[in-house]
Design a protein around this ligand. Structure first.
Ligand code: ZN
Length: 452
């Protein structure tokens, strides 16, 4: 069931954070993290400009107050106040009178999407520019003169990131990462920022078996800064998920880890399968988000991504049309459920050993023979059998349980001390939650023992 307060909070955070002008450094990131820290507990760190991060260096810090292109009468034709992506992110300050010919090389449009403002950055090349719709561009007087002003700073400061560590007992640690460097763009990646926060908030309230490390960083340089400061820790990470593009109207997707059949890949596939939910599987690719850094040869952390309307794939990607009309808090919460259901499986994935391996044990004398033999829990909704990603409610209620006696028999049969619960689920198609519940009963009844 979707908890109303989570949905409300997702919507509130999207609204509150959307207008902030974020970048890879600067006060927009700090303000964003401060808002998130009212919802979930994490620490904030600053890495000074000039700090070496492997082959890269933390750049000067960028902040912007205003920017516009005005005509000779002072009318603002393009204004940062209307949309912060009108300014190429990391533009150096400028204040000049220019002809159209002088201005044009600094203007960026999308001719194929004439109502959209493109999102452009110039982090490592000192330059300035404006992004505008093709329609705005076409309306500019070719003979006019323009007042161009960008009131920005680019000077030594620091890069800001956030981190939380939730300690479990297993000694195994997994990473949840997201990036907070995009300005007013909703699916990529404000949705990821909000989901990261809600996931951290929920997991913080649980006692978990595994440890979970949450980081919120500017993309690429933030991942490099984090990894360079935490090399030993990073190499011990058993795997992770980069949370990005999770609230669009399109289909659910999963970008696999570079291994393709890592524990996390198998758990995510099982989550979709148990829900009967269609999704697109994207094989690992060297393009993408921070898995490019986490999975590089020096770290080789297997990292995947569960998404809804994956980056690169939707028309409005990196444009002003990726806005609050494009995403839905309901979509975000559905994707959150997929992350939580996958974590549930990760937590439940123990390996058991039968304590009565010689033939079948007598269940009745232990009170373990199911009283309601033969009943099968039917899928709760969607009588058409079609699972439209836009309307489908992701919920554990949609998972079909099998016959309990069969689940007991299979679990006892396969519990040889080497077969994980995930493997039992994959081999038998019993839902992991049911196998977990049955395993707990059998442990209590003295028929199974936990190996690890
Ligand atoms: Zn992006």
């Amino acid at each position: 069931m979707t908890d109303i307060s989570t949905l409300q909070l997702a919507g509130d955070l999207l609204q509150r954070l959307f207008p902030i002008c974020r970048s890879i450094t600067g006060d927009g990131v700090r303000e964003t993290l401060e808002v998130l820290r009212r919802q979930a507990v994490f620490e904030v760190y600053e890495v000074p400009s000039g700090t070496a991060c492997f082959d890269w260096t933390v750049p000067d810090e960028w902040n912007i107050r205003e920017a516009f292109i005005a005509d000779a009468n002072g009318n603002r034709l393009v204004d940062f106040r209307a949309s912060n992506i009108h300014v190429m992110n990391y533009s150096i300050p400028v204040d000049a009178e220019l002809s159209f010919e002088e201005l044009a090389p600094h203007l960026h449009t999308l001719p194929d999407l004439p109502d959209a403002i493109p999102y452009r950055t110039t982090y490592y090349n000192r330059n300035w520019g404006f992004c505008l719709t093709q329609n705005q561009f076409d309306a500019l007087d070719r003979c006019g003169r323009y007042h161009v002003r960008i009131d920005s700073d680019l000077k030594p400061g620091s890069l800001t990131f956030g981190e939380a560590f939730l300690e479990g007992t297993s000694g195994q640690e997994f990473l949840f990462s997201t990036y907070c460097c995009h300005p007013s763009l909703a699916n990529d990646n404000l949705s990821g920022v909000v989901l990261w926060t809600l996931l951290l908030k929920q997991l913080s309230q649980r006692k978990t078996r595994h440890s979970y490390r949450f980081i919120i960083i500017p993309e690429t340089i933030g991942a490099l800064a984090y990894l360079s400061r935490n090399q030993e820790l990073a190499r011990k990470l058993a795997g992770g998920l980069v949370i990005t593009t999770v609230a669009g109207p399109g289909r659910f997707g999963y970008k696999t880890t570079f291994q393709g059949n890592h524990l996390l890949d198998r758990l995510v596939r099982l989550t979709f399968k148990e829900l009967g939910l269609e999704y697109i599987e994207y094989p690992f690719d060297v393009n993408g988000s921070d898995e490019r850094q986490f999975s590089s040869p020096g770290f080789r952390i297997p990292v995947g991504t569960i998404c809804k309307d994956k980056y690169y794939e939707y028309l409005y990607y990196h444009t002003s049309l990726d806005n609050l009309d494009f995403v839905r808090p309901e979509n975000l919460v559905q994707t959150l459920q997929l992350y939580l259901l996958t974590i549930d499986k990760l937590e439940q994935n123990r390996t058991y050993r039968s304590l009565n391996p010689h033939g079948e044990p007598m269940l009745g004398k232990r009170g373990l023979y199911p009283k309601t033999g033969g009943s099968i829990k039917q899928r709760a909704a969607d009588p058409t059998g079609q699972h439209d990603a836009r309307s489908y409610q992701v919920s554990a209620d949609h998972i079909i349980y099998g016959n309990e006696l069969d689940a007991i028999r299979w679990l006892l049969f396969l519990s040889d001390g080497n077969t994980s619960l995930l493997e039992v689920a994959e081999k038998t198609s019993f839902p992991m939650q049911q196998l977990h519940d049955v395993a707990c009963k059998l442990v209590e009844g003295g028929l199974l023992d936990v190996v690890f």
